[in-house]
Write a protein that binds this ligand. Structure first.
Ligand code: HEC
Ligand code: HEC
Length: 247
């Protein structure tokens, strides 16, 4: 991971050089038995080799791509964390987090309790109310641009066919929405769907994309999602691109 390299280097250097002490996480705070078990897993696994600095320096703001301060990341659902430990790049395509799927279910639950404890004071980001949905024209060019966004950011959960069959889809509860369900889609307003892509869906693993995709990109990828319920239009777009139909 190119972007993440300098911090890891610094960290390794800091730890080896002895100038950064591993902090005793949450010293003086009473942890529940489960949180305490999670802390033990966190200290035993290599988590601290990347996350220690940002936890030690509670106020540090780190750009995306660097190991984030786990006291400051907003709350995530339990199944989001689960999926992330089993297959981080199905959830966040650029994540350098290693595979932790070998942890037992009990250990993962304890780790999640500990993570929830760490970020319990992190402010929840208020939802953006009534943001205007950018209008996207439907043609093979926007279709392809949107497809590439979908295949980068959504496919790990929602799957190539849009039916929820992505790599971590089955880990989630509720499972990702089946976009091929035309009846369901016909009952949703565009502004509702756009607000979900922007702010995520509470109590599910559906994450917010506000800080990851521009408003234009969120509208674009949503446009692509809508094609799953209309296979004829979808095929026409794909053929149109192949045949070079004027845009
Ligand atoms: C190789 C370095 C590395 C290791 C080891 C590592 N992480 Fe991470 N972790 C990262 C980076 C970098 C990100 C940020 C990905 C992004 O959003 O760009 C991250 C993100 C996270 C997040 C997501 C925060 C959020 O809500 O967006 C959690 C939770 C997390 N790590 C927990 C852990 C735990 C628990 C362990 C040990 C079991 C661990 N990490 C081990 C580098 C690492
Ligand atoms: C970490 C897994 C995950 C990722 C990544 C993800 N989703 Fe979701 N998505 C979900 C889950 C889980 C639901 C909720 C299903 C439910 O409530 O039944 C959902 C629901 C939705 C919904 C419907 C809202 C509703 O009421 O069900 C839309 C639209 C959506 N996602 C779009 C996207 C788009 C676009 C992307 C990529 C930019 C994306 N999702 C990435 C897991 C994910």
């Amino acid at each position: 991971m190119k972007r993440a390299f300098p911090l890891f280097f610094l960290l390794g250097f800091g730890l080896v050089g002895g100038c950064i002490e591993k902090p005793e996480l949450l010293r003086g705070e009473r942890l529940s038995a489960l949180e305490e078990k999670g802390r033990t897993v966190f200290m035993r696994e290599p988590c601290t080799s990347c996350h220690v600095l940002t936890i030690a320096l509670a106020n540090v703001e780190v750009p995306r791509g660097f190991a984030p301060n786990l006291r400051k990341t907003a709350a995530r659902s339990r199944d989001w964390y689960r999926a992330y430990f089993v297959d981080s790049r199905a959830v966040l395509p650029w994540s350098p987090m290693p595979f932790f799927g070998y942890l037992s279910d009990d250990e993962i639950d304890a780790l999640i309790a500990f993570l929830n404890r760490l970020n319990k004071d992190a402010p929840a980001r208020p939802a953006v109310a009534g943001e205007k949905v950018p209008q996207i024209s439907r043609n093979p060019k926007t279709y392809l641009a949107a497809q590439s966004l979908y295949q980068t950011y959504c496919i790990g959960c929602h799957g190539e066919l849009g039916n929820g069959g992505g790599r971590v889809g089955h880990i989630l509860s509720p499972e990702p929405r089946d976009f091929t369900d035309a009846l369901w889609l016909s009952k949703q307003t565009e502004s509702y769907l756009y607000s979900v892509v922007t702010d995520g869906k509470p109590n599910t693993a559906m994450p917010p994309f506000r800080d990851i995709l521009s408003s234009q990109e969120r509208a674009l990828v949503l446009n692509y999602v809508q094609y799953f319920a209309d296979p004829v239009a979808k095929e026409r777009m794909e053929l149109g691109e192949l045949q070079g139909i004027p845009r």
